[in-house]
Design a protein around this ligand. Structure first.
Ligand SMILES: NC(=O)c1ccc[n+]([C@@H]2O[C@H](COP(=O)([O-])OP(=O)(O)OC[C@H]3O[C@@H](n4cnc5c(N)ncnc54)[C@H](OP(=O)(O)O)[C@@H]3O)[C@@H](O)[C@H]2O)c1
Length: 250
């Protein structure tokens, strides 16, 4: 960071789910570089702890790492309360944690229990996190909720990953359902599309790994977009789907 770099989000508090690797880790790095204090969640404690150590050293911000499964209502309630006590009222929630089916097979060959676990992570997780964090945002008249959504292109192209496709459409429906009730409260909810980013998730998908011409997008576009949302740059676009690569190119 250069000395003249302004830290626009200094003193603000953010929560990033699925921050241990991939897109969530880059979003957390971008927010910490702007001075934001952070709660970082993932099930793999070592990954969020390592990231917290890195961000505290590099950015001088407060960072709490926690090994939490976002589908666990009690654990979510406890960690949100802990974060509010340690960091203050939360200004930004980034619902990034997600998973996808382990096999690229048609619905009728898939494991129904695994599909349901995907839906739980990708929908119940954001629902619990948002339910826990919205009340103080509404009370204060300020806040942002960002849902990492997807066009589920792989699911459409291959006729597979049904749980993932269903969960991401439902997540966008959750975003839409909040726009009306949140109008005039000062709290803004938005969907963000990261494009196609090389991560553990996509590197586990044969539809991408069997090709050598995949048009990967830059994860930095999504990380910068989420920081801009936290700054209020897109407050007039509540409920919209913001495509990170397209906005970065414009
Ligand atoms: N990569 C892409 O091209 C792409 C495209 C469109 C949308 N997206 C969306 O972008 C987001 C990030 O994707 P990614 O590619 O970065 O995925 P990733 O590399 O697989 O990372 C997912 C993160 O979520 C965490 N996570 C998974 N299940 C969890 C749970 N139950 N509770 C808490 N944390 C959990 C993982 O950690 P643990 O396993 O340790 O819990 C990990 O930190 C997702 O919402 C995804 O749907 C990605």
């Amino acid at each position: 960071m250069t000395p003249e770099h302004s830290r626009d989000l200094e003193g603000r508090v953010g929560v990033v789910t699925g921050a241990g690797r991939g897109i969530g880790r880059e979003i957390a790095r971008s927010l910490a570089a702007e001075g934001m204090s952070l709660l970082l969640l993932a099930r793999t404690g070592s990954q969020v702890r390592d990231l917290a150590d890195e961000l505290i050293a590099a950015c001088g911000v407060k960072v709490l790492p926690a090994a939490v499964d976002v589908t666990d209502a009690d654990a979510v309630a406890r960690v949100v309360q802990h974060a509010e006590q340690q960091l203050g009222t939360v200004d930004l929630l980034v619902n990034n944690a997600a998973t996808i089916e382990s096999r690229e097979v048609p619905f009728w060959e898939g494991d129904a229990e695994e599909m349901w676990r995907v839906v739980e992570t990708n929908l119940r997780g954001p629902l619990l996190m948002t339910r826990a964090l919205l009340p103080p945002m509404v009370q204060r008249g300020h806040g942002h909720v960002v849902n990492l959504t997807s066009r589920a292109r792989a699911a459409t192209a291959t006729g597979t990953y049904t749980g993932y496709a269903v969960s991401k459409r439902a997540l966008s429906a959750l975003t839409q359902s909040l726009v009306g009730p949140l109008a005039g409260t000062g709290v803004v909810v938005l969907d963000v599309l990261p494009g196609l980013v090389k991560t553990e998730m996509t590197l586990g998908m044969p539809v991408w790994t069997t090709r050598d011409d995949v048009p990967w997008d830059d994860v930095g576009a999504t990380a910068r977009l989420v920081a801009d949302i936290a700054r209020g740059r897109y407050d007039d676009r509540a409920g919209e789907v913001l495509e990170a690569p397209a906005l970065a190119a414009s």
